[in-house]
Design a protein around this ligand. Structure first.
Ligand SMILES: Cc1cc2nc3c(=O)[nH]c(=O)nc-3n(C[C@H](O)[C@H](O)[C@H](O)COP(=O)(O)OP(=O)(O)OC[C@H]3O[C@@H](n4cnc5c(N)ncnc54)[C@H](O)[C@@H]3O)c2cc1C
Length: 283
């Protein structure tokens, strides 16, 4: 009931419940010179049926991308692929998706809360030995991230850098916006100068300007990295960056399990809560 009430509002951040909805959103973005990464919403599955269904949807999504000639890759969460059920089973699932993407596509493993950081990275290192078309995410708020970034750079692995979306304790993560930004910039400078096509996933004007200045000062090519943003967030900025020759990729989630994703977007911005309330009670 609450889900039905909230979905029209969640549609600001979620492209729709079906793959066809997502394809429509991707086509629209591609037409503005924006690439996408498709995310089949879902996380923390506890039975194999749910994980199998998610795998099947990812395989179908890759087929759609191929068939329709879309400029898109995919992003997934390990807990949706069965990490909490059985690691080997999860590995087989993600390997199948990487195999389907092999040739000309790419699979990004999203980073979840800190209970999964170590497991996600170890999983990634193992998968990456066989599948080079897979990348991972580093969260700038975690104290451990510099060490992880250095190792990923050595491996020539592709990294998406973001601030981090989960609530983490001071023992694991810096807590102020100034400190998160500072960490982001120091990790970004490593990735931009030595990394393999890194992604700067942020909507933060301070970090976007910093990134543009960094590559200009160091005479790095505009297409050696990409900016990434979320569907429905700062769409005008997305279009402007693409129009100014930057590689721009938008994370396009779709599916029926949208509530936890929507909740994280609410937590990031108190204005979003006002937006939800206003829209819920609008006649
Ligand atoms: C492509 C992509 C992939 C991501 N993948 C992961 C991941 O795998 N793991 C993870 O932990 N986190 C992930 N994140 C989320 C990220 O960690 C941050 O929580 C999120 O991007 C907000 O941080 P920000 O840098 O945009 O800065 P903020 O300071 O939060 O935002 C800067 C400005 O952007 C706009 N903005 C930001 N968020 C919103 C919002 N929700 N609604 C409306 N406006 C907003 C506002 O104008 C705000 O002032 C991802 C983010 C992106 C863009």
């Amino acid at each position: 009931m609450l889900n039905q009430l909230l979905f029209p509002v969640a549609k600001r951040f979620v492209s729709g419940q079906t793959i066809q909805d997502a394809v429509t959103a991707v086509r629209r973005l591609n037409a503005s010179g924006i690439r996408t990464t498709l995310d089949v919403l879902g996380e923390n599955v506890s039975d194999r049926r749910a994980a199998d269904a998610a795998v099947a949807t990812y395989l179908e999504t890759l087929d759609w991308i191929q068939r329709e000639g879309l400029s898109s890759n995919v992003s997934l969460k390990l807990t949706q692929m069965g990490l909490d059920i059985d690691r080997d089973y999860c590995l087989e699932n993600v390997a199948r998706i990487c195999e389907r993407a092999a040739g000309n596509n790419f699979v990004r493993i999203d980073m979840e809360g800190s209970a999964y950081t170590e497991r996600t990275l170890n999983f990634f290192y193992e998968l990456f030995q066989k599948h080079q078309n897979v990348g991972v995410v580093i969260q700038a708020y975690l104290h451990r991230s510099e060490q992880d970034v250095r190792r990923l750079i050595e491996l020539r692995a592709r990294v998406r850098l973001c601030k981090g979306a989960y609530k983490e304790p001071p023992s694991l993560a810096v807590q102020t916006m100034a400190a998160v930004r500072q960490n982001f910039m120091s990790l970004a400078s490593l990735l931009l100068s030595k990394g393999n096509h890194p992604a700067m996933a942020t909507h933060d004007d301070v970090l976007i300007s910093w990134t543009k200045n960094y590559i200009a000062q160091h005479q790095l090519p505009k297409d050696g990295f990409e900016f990434q943003m979320l569907y429905g967030v700062r769409s005008e900025t997305q279009r402007q960056l693409a129009a100014h020759g930057y590689s721009m990729r938008v994370y396009v989630p779709f599916g029926t399990h949208w509530l936890p994703y929507f909740y994280r977007r609410m937590r990031e911005r108190k204005e979003n809560v006002a937006f939800v309330l206003k829209n819920l009670f609008r006649k």
